[in-house]
Design a protein around this ligand. Structure first.
Ligand code: PLP
Length: 408
């Protein structure tokens, strides 16, 4: 008899996007002429950078010619892309990452989800709260948590964000083995300073723990003082893995390409305390379970590192950041306390009431869809997330409607 992995039965049912969709459908049925503006989802709306489009066309031609056709590529990614990443995303910022430390994939969702399987079942895990749910659910599936009650899983350590800590919670008071961090953060838009990241790195070194650092929104950092990579913190090259994605950087959510950095200097331990090289473990896992991102997609990704590609990515991310500034201005006029929206495409709003109440108010009075913060974890209650990923006219119209509908 085939029996299931019973840890799946512990997964809390996420009704967040189902409930949002139901509310929107009801509103739309009652207001058939009203155009609902969606600032809830974290998906991009602008097309790919022209440099990537050109590279995709050229790669399609390569695939049409026996002389340039490519079949299976290296599982870790083509050298042309790994070298470009190491040079432009790291060495140009003074961080010594080698192309051999980079593992190209088809998305950071899978990478952040899969990485935990390298570690034993009894590891103690810390996650930010509010959180990108993938970090939590994959550890639940792997059996590293107890059951779910009152919005929390037993045996999981929640690093609670709040207005008081600016949604950059300090490292846990207790010892954990694996910490997930995400800066610029989804959903709060918070960014971490060098000193704040140093506290996590010091913690990891003290406890022989590993940091999984999700930098999916790195391309939105504009403040020259803010670190772009955890490896800008000395010592991180021994205790941290970094995830980057082309999704929000260059509009690749539908094309799919990302990468994970696992420096050869990161040590982990076997049960008997003997050291292991983490990169070897991930290389084994990656090459066993993944057969490489497609050649045209990797060409499209490499194109963003050309001179024109870099300028186009800057324009693309500037576009969404300008949307975020419009959202922030509107909310300021209404007197709301906000977080993020600068160096980040997400604005996190103190609702001053339960998350769902503000969600319903904005939907019913202004026809604007947001995301209730309560859906991202217990510390998200009382907040909503507004996404800057939309077309300019929609963002402007949404904020005008909100100010008119609920303003003074
Ligand atoms: N990490 C964070 C924090 C995200 O918000 C997202 C997507 O929304 C991802 C990872 C997934 O990115 P990808 O499209 O590369 O799978």
């Amino acid at each position: 008899m085939i029996t299931i992995n019973e840890h799946y039965e512990k997964l809390a049912k996420s009704y967040l996007f189902v409930d949002i969709a139901r509310s929107v459908a009801k509103y739309q049925a009652e207001h058939p002429d009203r155009d609902v503006i969606k600032l809830g989802i974290g998906d991009v709306t602008r097309p790919l950078p022209p440099a990537s489009i050109k590279a995709l066309h050229a790669a399609a031609d390569d695939m049409a010619d026996p002389a340039t056709f490519r079949g299976y590529g290296p599982e870790q990614g083509y050298d042309f892309l790994r070298e470009a990443i190491a040079e432009h995303d790291f060495r140009s910022r003074g961080v010594q990452i080698s192309a051999d430390d980079i593992f190209v994939s088809d998305g950071s969702k899978c990478d952040t989800a899969n990485f935990q399987e390298l570690f034993s079942g009894n590891q103690r895990i810390a996650v930010p709260d509010p959180v990108y749910p993938v970090y939590v659910d994959t550890n639940v599936m792997a059996g590293r948590t107890g059951s779910f009650s009152d919005g929390r899983y037993a045996d999981l350590v929640y690093m609670a964000g709040s207005g008081a800590n600016g949604f950059v919670p300090p490292p846990p008071a207790e010892a954990v083995d694996l910490l997930y961090l995400c800066f610029p953060n989804n959903p709060t838009g918070a960014t971490a300073t060098r000193e704040q990241l140093r506290a996590y790195v010091d913690y990891a070194r003290e406890h022989k723990a590993l940091i999984l650092f999700d930098a999916a929104y790195e391309a939105y950092i504009r403040d020259p003082e803010l670190p772009h990579s955890i490896y800008e913190i000395p010592g991180a090259e021994g205790c941290a893995v970094e995830f980057r994605s082309f999704s929000k950087t260059a509009g690749f959510t539908g094309l799919r390409c990302a990468y994970t950095v696992v420096p050869s200097t990161v040590t982990v331990w076997a049960g008997d305390g003997s050291p292991r090289v983490l990169r070897d473990l991930w290389n084994r896992r990656h090459s066993t379970k993944f057969n490489g991102a497609s050649y045209p997609v990797q060409r499209a990704a490499a194109a963003i590192y050309s001179e024109e590609g870099r300028a186009q990515v800057r324009d693309l991310t500037d576009f969404y950041l300008a949307n975020a500034a419009i959202i922030l201005r509107g909310l300021e006029r209404l007197g709301y306390t906000t977080y993020g929206g600068v160096n980040s495409p997400y604005v996190w709003v103190d609702a001053g009431r339960p998350s769902w109440d503000l969600f319903h108010l904005l939907l019913n009075e202004a026809g604007v869809v947001t995301t209730p913060g309560a859906g991202f974890g217990p510390a998200g209650e009382g907040f909503i997330r507004i996404s800057a990923f939309n077309e300019r006219e929609k963002v402007e119209a949404a904020m005008d409607r909100i100010v008119t509908a609920i303003g003074p």
